[in-house]
Design a binder for this molecule. Structure first.
Ligand SMILES: O=P(O)(O)OC[C@H]1O[C@H](O)[C@H](O)[C@@H](O)[C@@H]1O
Length: 316
């Protein structure tokens, strides 16, 4: 068995277990300070990230179907090789509907504490029929105290170039959608998926929610922040390799239309996704692309909406 099933250090642990409810295989990670994460081989999907007090930081729907070939409604999914309906494939591509494997050759330097899982997805013959490009999609998930890091990589193992879009579809858990704000998107242009992907410019000081939101923000900064007033908690989303950021909340009507989502669950989640959407990525044979998304959770007492997400300081 891979060394990923062994204790990584004295107090950190990576083990592979069978999820008793779904019968699917998953990794359980625990780092020395006591925070934990779970990653399913199905979809390469992160389904849980808990702080050291055992509080869940990601949103997972109570109606999520852990039954292939359905995508899992919540956690963090990799949308590849197509974001949303921007191509001929089913929405968000097929990576989230496939069983990934353990990456035998992650070829990345080991991380400090080593609470890491390395996954790999290669196309099947069936996949090649709908998307005829040979690739290796890797995902490294690293858990540190207060931080969850995802490093997706795509290698072209074909003899001709191919082009893809990719998003790290992250459902963050919030106390009340009406009481949170996203900072870092001010003055940016976005495509509004609710208005035929027309381009607009963000006018507000920060993004708040009082109706359905489904936007692709363009040329976004390396850090964004989601401030949860009631929980006095801030998620900092740091990213590289991803120029865009998708922000999504289905609100009440769409929630009712989704079979794997509770009618009121939109109140307790917001999806913020590091994404490469506006300018699809082209890889020549042998080339590799690397992206990175880090989530950090910090306690916050910022009520002014004036936080600088890069430095985690209140702007003067
Ligand atoms: O229902 P799903 O296929 O999982 O997609 C859920 C959502 O994902 C993204 O955030 C898109 O921008 C939305 O348009 C979509 O509704």
């Amino acid at each position: 068995m891979s060394n990923q099933s062994q204790p990584a250090s004295a107090n950190s642990m990576v083990e592979m277990v069978m999820d008793s409810t779904s019968g699917l295989q998953k990794f359980k990670l625990r780092e020395p300070k006591g925070s934990s994460a779970e990653i399913f081989l199905y979809g390469g999907q992160v389904t849980s990230w808990k702080n050291e007090r055992g509080e869940e930081l990601l949103f997972m729907s109570s109606k999520a179907a852990f039954k292939p070939p359905n995508p899992i409604r919540g956690g963090i999914a990799i949308c590849y090789p197509q974001f949303s309906n921007m191509g001929s494939l089913d929405k968000h591509g097929f990576a989230r509907n496939r069983v990934w494997s353990i990456d035998p050759n992650p070829s990345l330097p080991p991380s400090k504490d080593n609470t890491v899982v390395n996954l790999l997805l290669k196309p099947t013959n069936e996949d090649m029929k709908i998307w005829p490009h040979s690739f290796e999609l890797r995902l490294r998930v690293t858990l540190e105290a207060g931080k969850l890091q995802l490093t997706p990589r795509v290698r072209n193992t074909d003899s001709k170039p191919f082009t893809f879009t990719l998003a790290v579809h992250t459902y963050l858990s919030v106390s009340d959608i009406s009481d949170v704000r996203v900072e870092g998107l001010e003055t940016l242009d976005y495509f509004d998926n609710l208005l035929d992907q027309k381009r607009f410019t963000e006018q507000g000081d920060s993004l708040t929610f009082d109706s359905e939101v489904d936007r692709v923000y363009l040329s976004t900064p390396a850090s964004l922040a989601l401030i949860d007033h009631e929980k006095k908690r801030t998620f900092v989303i740091r990213k590289s390799g991803f120029p865009d950021a998708v922000v999504w909340n289905p609100w009440d009507k769409k929630s009712k239309a989704m079979v794997d989502f509770g009618d009121d669950e939109y109140m307790r989640m917001v999806s913020i996704e590091a994404a490469a959407v506006e300018k699809p990525i082209t890889l020549k044979p042998g080339e590799e692309w690397t992206g990175y998304q880090e989530l950090e959770v910090v306690s916050s007492s910022y009520f002014s909406g004036q936080m600088d997400p890069v430095n985690l300081k209140v702007k003067s």
